[in-house]
Design a protein around this ligand. Structure first.
Ligand code: PEP
Ligand code: MG
Length: 885
């Protein structure tokens, strides 16, 4: 049997091999093959990583021989050798997952250095300071990543040395200083591990590769994957690449750049670099770097070559690139390129501009924006008219605004978040170990680091506001406070940050509702041209309806009428209706409710003039409108003990009897939905009358009204037939009374499996179906959402029993199967039956795609998610051309 191939020279790969070579490896290969200056190297595949785990953390057979062969090839290519004193081979070892996980995985640079090769390097370069600096960095990184020694142990030695020499920066230390530091580092290694720092480059290499494989399962990588929904099974590739050095002097440097601004999308080379520095220095945010434009002054030739390379890469990939480079003695080397992470605002602008530049088609452009990311733009921002106490300004690293309690510790941030507090995580910089705190925080504020620092990259990925490099704030970790000028801000004090301007503001600030930019509108217009499925909104008030329209809703897919019953002026009348002793008393209460409901429906129908509005008759159990039994018992007791108002006491006692009689063992499966309509038809009759009287008035006033009356929770065609007739009778009466003819339809929610199974029968009595996937998920899975999410959903997801929370992402396999069955069978008897969805899944992109695939006519979601649904529906249409019906 032919042995598997696990190792690929960069020249053997290409961009399309991302699954096998990881993002970094595949792009290094692509850059090599298009002739860019890439230091040579090879990639160990993700397949090798997977087999490493399958075999219980052991290298698969044949891997070592392949690595040996590739190292020999590298030695020959570069005319350098591991351990060779005349020209030692030095390499970097870096992880490279299929989906980029910035800062999550580990990197080792300068591998191949030891007590001998470092002196050889010092001699041959004539730069001993540099050579020893490289060696100490190597020991530090290897110590941390491979030997699992805590970073701060090494940092403490470094700080001591700087203190001893009375210098501020690392680059002020001399060769002798580094040699002293190295001895202390080696001592730490010996003391902590019981062994000397490994001197054999091959041993160093194998240990480093092992550690990169191992880092796939470290805590921060696991958390990152969870947050970004990256599969745990992908594994990481390992890239072994010849070193180039940005820290050999002032004609050297290293940096990262985006071909367009990742925050705003502006077409302008955007990035940062540091002279005389090595890779990690920029990203780690240790020194605040220079903007890339400065390179044009400092090294004009290199800058020009770099700018041309950036253009070439962007054109090649047809997407904004995030590029890492190093300059070694005025020579440019490309170390990485990948599609750059960007804010939603930038994603939209880049997609739209690339269409006008002729680079992308509209189909490709709409796929370049993640619908979930649009949330960032549909959120609130600081009211521009508000008077703000701006105390500092940092870099606008990730847009959006947030207010919260200052918190300096990631663990505490997580704890406070769990207790319902809103926090702003504040730190000098963040590291991958802070990821859980970043997830919990409303926003992130750092005093150091640039736009490509860890905090900035991760916050943008999460869509969280972030201000970084805010050097005006001086953090005092010991006393849990920061100073900004003379102002002291303590742990727990409220601050606000504006990630679009970089402003740091004292106290809580007023926020305003979002508006759609012109580019956003244009992208959505293209989405509307491409999608085949309608998008409606769930709205219960004229204000929500107007917002929905503004965001592009093509109708209302669900108006829940119970919210109207809950309004303070209605509740006493609703209670009166429930407490009624006989039908006359109830009729009196209903008569009071009728005009109120009529006004409710009038407002919504008018706001949606010309578009369909689906109004659902009362759904929740009646006890929801009555006081809580325990509270009522306390009130009754107090009245008794204090000899309170006898009339009030007797009313409360009557109320209590009713509360008891209506109380249910399981209200979700109790006396609700159309069962209320069957037992108390006069309630549905009142609602139908209110709907039709409002409709008749509006038609008379010249509006174009499309009313849909919806019966919830149906299980049986006879049930629907009975209630539908009731609605039709009322419509006929209103038509007669008003002399106005109007059009309306009657349909049902599909939210119980039996209704799905009998869809063909039920369809005969319905003019439309609307999937209530909130209830359909509960009834199909057999658990209530509140209990599931409060008690056992998390372990189900952690143990991978369920891939996703089915209340958020539609369970295609189970609930989806019922939906498919429903659509197919209902359309067999009524090919043109209008079918939509109004459960919360209607605004979730993966669920929207599924709805498209099974041929629904529309999705309906909350007004703020309408733009997300419009884009998701367009992507579904473009990406499922063959399946669409
Ligand atoms: C549903 O069940 O999906 C639905 C939309 O109804 P509600 O959430 O009001 O029960
Ligand atoms: Mg429901």
């Amino acid at each position: 049997m032919a042995t598997k191939k696990y190792v690929y020279a960069f020249s053997e790969g290409k961009a399309e091999m991302k699954g096998l070579l990881g993002g970094k490896g595949a792009n290094l290969a692509e850059m090599t093959n298009i002739g860019l200056p890439v230091p040579p190297g090879f990639t160990i595949s993700t397949e090798a990583c997977k087999e490493f785990y399958n075999a219980g953390r052991k290298f698969p057979e044949g891997l070592e021989q392949e690595i040996e062969a590739k190292v020999a090839w590298l030695e020959q290519t570069l005319n350098k050798k591991f351990n060779d004193l005349s020209g030692p081979l030095l390499v970097s070892v870096r992880s490279g997952a299929v989906v980029s996980m910035p800062g999550m995985m580990d990197t080792v640079l300068n591998l191949g250095l030891n007590d001998q090769t470092v002196t050889a390097l010092a001699d041959s370069s004539g730069n001993a300071r540099w050579a020893y600096d490289c060696y100490r960095r190597f020991i530090q990184m290897f110590g941390n990543v491979v030997l699992d020694l805590e970073h701060h142990k090494f940092e403490a030695v470094l700080e001591d040395q700087k203190h001893k020499r009375n210098v501020e920066f690392d680059n002020q230390l001399t060769s002798e200083d580094w040699q002293e530091v190295i001895e202390k580092y080696k001592y730490i290694v010996r003391k902590e591990t019981g062994s000397d720092f490994p001197q054999d480059p091959k041993e160093q290499l194998y240990k480093a590769i092992y550690a990169v494989f191992d880092s796939w399962e470290n805590d921060r990588a696991i958390v990152y994957r969870k947050v970004h929904r990256i599969s745990d099974d992908l594994g990481t590739a390992v890239n072994v690449q010849a070193m180039v050095f940005g820290n050999m002097g002032d004609d050297c440097g290293t940096g990262v750049a985006f071909t367009r601004n990742p925050s705003t999308g502006e077409k302008l080379l955007y990035g940062e670099y540091l002279t005389n520095a090595q890779g990690e220095d920029v990203v780690a945010g240790i020194r605040t770097p220079q903007p890339i434009a400065k390179l044009a002054e400092e090294m004009p030739d290199v800058y020009q070559q770099f700018a041309q390379t950036c253009t070439l890469l962007e054109n090649h990939y047809k997407d904004m690139q995030d590029i890492e480079f190093t300059i070694e003695r005025n020579k440019l080397w490309m170390l990485q390129t990948r599609n750059g992470k960007r804010t939603a605002q930038a994603a939209i602008r880049i997609a739209v501009e690339m269409v006008s530049e002729g680079v992308l088609t509209k189909e490709t452009a709409i796929n370049r924006v993640d619908p979930n990311q649009l949330n960032q733009l549909l959120h609130r921002r600081i009211d521009p008219t508000a008077k703000l106490e701006v105390v500092a300004k940092g870099l606008p690293a990730s847009p959006g605004s947030a207010s919260g309690e200052v918190c300096f510790d990631a663990d505490l941030a997580e704890k406070l978040h769990e207790q319902g507090h809103k926090v702003i995580l504040v730190g000098t910089e963040t590291t991958p170990d802070d990821i859980h705190g970043m997830v919990a925080a409303q926003g992130i504020l750092t005093s150091r680091g640039g736009m490509t620092s860890h905090a900035a990259v991760v916050a943008r990925g999460m869509g969280k506001p972030c201000v970084c490099g805010c050097e005006a704030i001086r953090i005092d970790h010991e006393n849990k406070q920061f100073m900004v000028g003379k102002i002291k801000v303590k742990d727990g004090d409220i601050v606000s940050i504006d990630g679009s301007t970089g402003e740091v503001i004292l106290g809580e600030v007023p926020m305003i509702e979002p508006e759609l930019s012109n580019e956003f509108q244009l992208l959505l217009q293209w989405a509307d041209e491409l999608r085949t499925m309608g998008v409606r909104a769930n709205a219960d008030t004229p204000e929500d309806a107007a917002k929905a329209r503004e965001f592009g809703a093509e109708g209302i897919g669900l108006t829940r009428t119970e919210h109207m019953f809950m309004a303070l002026d209605r509740l006493p009348i609703v209670q009166e209706m429930i407490l009624a002793n006989d039908i006359e008393e109830r009729a009196e209460a209903l008569a009071k409710l009728l005009p109120m409901q009529e006004e409710d429906f009038y407002g919504i129908l008018k706001a949606m003039d010309g578009l369909p509005v689906c109004i659902r008759l009362l759904d929740p159990p009646l006890h929801e409108f009555l006081p809580n039994a325990e509270e009522l018992a306390v009130e009754i007791n107090t009245l008794k003990l204090t000899n309170g108002d006898p009339a009030k006491l007797s009313y409360n006692e009557e109320l209590m009897r009713k509360v008891r009689s209506l109380s249910e063992f399981n209200p979700m499966l109790g006396h609700r939905g159309c069962r209320l309509g069957v037992t108390w038809p006069e309630v549905y009759a009142m609602q139908a009358r209110a709907i039709f009287q409002a409709t008749a008035r509006l038609v008379q006033e010249g509006y174009k009204i499309e009313t849909e009356v919806e019966i919830p929770l149906v299980i049986e065609v006879k049930e629907l037939a009975y209630l539908r007739q009731l609605v039709i009778d009322i419509a006929d009466q209103v038509k007669q009374e008003t002399g106005v003819d109007f059009h309306y339809t009657v349909g049902t929610m599909i939210e119980i499996p039996r209704a799905c199974l009998l869809a063909d029968e039920i369809a005969t009595e319905a003019e439309f179906f609307s999937f209530g996937t909130n209830d359909l998920t509960q009834t199909t899975l057999g658990f209530s959402r509140d209990d599931a999410e409060g008690k056992f959903m998390q372990p189900y997801i952690e143990k991978k029993i369920l891939a996703e929370n089915p209340f958020i992402v539609l369970d295609r396999k189970g609930v989806g199967k019922l939906m498919q069955w429903t659509v197919d069978n209902a359309r067999r008897v009524k090919p043109d039956l209008l079918i939509g969805i109004c459960g919360e899944h209607g605004g979730e992109p993966s669920s929207v795609e599924f709805c498209h695939m099974i041929g629904l006519n529309y999705v309906s979601c909350s007004p703020y998610r309408v733009p997300i649904a419009r884009l998701a529906a367009a992507q579904a249409a473009v990406n499922n051309k063959d399946q669409s019906k």
